[in-house]
Design a protein around this ligand. Sequence first.
Ligand code: G
Ligand code: G
Ligand code: MN
Ligand code: NA
Length: 255
Amino acid sequence: LKIQQGLHEATTHGWFKLHYQPKFSADGRRLQGAEALLRYTHPELGVISPQEFIGIAERSGLIVQIGEWVVREACRQLRSWQLQNIGPLKLAINLSPRQLIQPDLLQGVLAIVKQEAVEPAWLMFEITETVAMQDAAHTVETIHAFQQAGFDVAIDDFGTGYSSLAYLQRFRVRQLKIDGFFTQGLDAAGEEGEAIVSAIIALAHSLGMDVVAEGVETATQLEKLKSLQCDQIQGFLLGRPMPAEAFAEKIEGWL
Ligand code: G
Ligand code: G
Ligand code: MN
Ligand code: NA
């Protein structure tokens, strides 16, 4: 209950913060973009993980306002970096199910983007596979509307839900993000882990999508992903989610 009450005030009191996690080319060298990840520090309860509060925000409907705050904050950060000659950087923002069913989601995002003077092309929106498939026909429309407006879209946590391959074809997103579960499978001795990742990559490439492997934590995973023609990698091995200031400090070494 305290968590939920706090969520009401969090945007005005500055209890939310965005952290930024880098996405790299598969050789681990070039920075390709970043993902914005929300952090919530409650004055009494301390740091609360998104796993805990996103669900609460979702069920109470607060996620809609919070999501707007996330988009605005991400845009402000992009604009501020651009003015410092950092970037332009492709920044990914996560969308939750409740946000996705808002009929005015795109309009709201476009209004913010305009107010904050950033280009839609700097932003990518991540939709998890499970959410995308809940009302796949509606998701197709939403994705296409976002793409028409100049935004990129990614399917997140791919492989853990079930996707109709017919819909995957119709989604036509820029990126498919392979869930960290499959990345971890690359550490095992047998060939099975590689076979699955290789199949996902081939499927994505045949549909014109780039593949991002999530949750890369070991050098073995990195090497295998590179040899399997994965396009981008994200994970603790190369960079944790970090505050904007830390991200900006590291960025020169990455570009
Ligand atoms: O950053 P972390 O691994 O703790 O995130 C946990 C979960 O919370 C992930 O599923 C992530 O997508 C989700 N999440 C993080 N930030 C946001 C956000 O700004 N909006 C939404 N809807 N989900 C987020
Ligand atoms: O659901 P989504 O993919 O948006 O969630 C991203 C979450 O994954 C973030 O909370 C982030 O902190 C977490 N994450 C990012 N890289 C790694 C990693 O290498 N290992 C693990 N275990 N989690 C990671
Ligand atoms: Mn994500
Ligand atoms: Na993910």
